[in-house]
Ligand binder design. Structure first.
Ligand code: HEC
Length: 207
């Protein structure tokens, strides 16, 4: 049931269109500490970990729905490139208040990045490289809780992540201007586009 609930949330997350730029700071993690992160299934979680899990899902849901609202509003406007502004400019502000409201670190990542600032935290690298297509949870050496929730491509994402034929020329040139190293095109509906990563700190949900 918990897995099912997770899947429902992930399919909601898959509707989100942009990212946040909150993820650079985790790059300073020690390599030795990363080796100590181990995966945990929802069935194996302790009460504290279950609470951390719920917090991660709630934060992701809030992030996803707010981003989706902004993206849809932008896409309703006359300028087809407006969505790109949402991704680049509004996403960090939304992520910042989610971080404050929920006390978690949150971001989006991919195995084929559009923005190299969306590189995964070290604890997430293996799952991303292995392109694991189901929700994955990891416990850190100090009781941190990490979640990776897959994002699959929807039809409405193709205007910015599909094949060159599916992407309007105005969007292609805006992408080329802002993201010269863009690798995030050529996706079809249902493809694994990337993941939300969320990290809850130890002990903050133990009340
Ligand atoms: C209007 C264009 C546009 C649409 C529509 C769009 N995206 Fe994106 N997407 C972007 C841009 C621009 C970025 C880079 C954002 C940044 O600078 O962090 C991005 C980044 C991402 C990332 C972060 C990883 C990376 O490659 O940097 C994911 C994941 C993602 N998009 C998934 C989706 C999904 C899923 C959808 C459909 C629900 C979608 N996008 C719809 C433009 C778009």
């Amino acid at each position: 049931m918990r897995i099912f609930a997770g899947m429902m949330i992930v399919s909601c997350i898959a509707l989100i269109g942009c990212s946040d730029g909150q993820d650079q700071e985790v790059e300073v993690q020690e390599q030795s500490a990363v080796a100590q992160w181990t995966t945990v299934t929802p069935e194996e979680m302790s009460e504290t970990q279950k609470a951390q899990h719920e917090l991660c899902l709630a934060a992701t849901n809030a992030f996803a729905s707010e981003m989706m609202g902004e993206l849809m509003a932008a896409l309703d406007s006359d300028d087809p490139t407006a969505g790109i502004t949402v991704c680049g400019a509004k996403a960090p502000a939304i992520a910042a208040h989610i971080v404050e409201d929920y006390g978690v670190k949150i971001g989006r990542t991919s195995q084929k990045l559009r923005n190299s600032a969306n590189t995964p935290p070290q604890w997430a690298e293996q799952t991303v490289a292995g392109q694991v297509g189901h929700p994955t949870y990891l416990i850190g050496p100090n009781g941190e809780f990490g979640a990776l929730l897959p994002i699959r491509l929807k039809a409405q994402c193709q205007m910015c992540h599909g094949t060159p034929e599916e992407i309007d020329e105005s969007i292609q040139s805006a992408l080329a201007e802002h993201y010269p190293d863009d690798r995030a095109t050529g996706y079809a509906e249902g493809d694994l586009r990337g993941w939300f990563w969320i990290e809850a700190q130890p002990g903050e949900t133990t009340s």
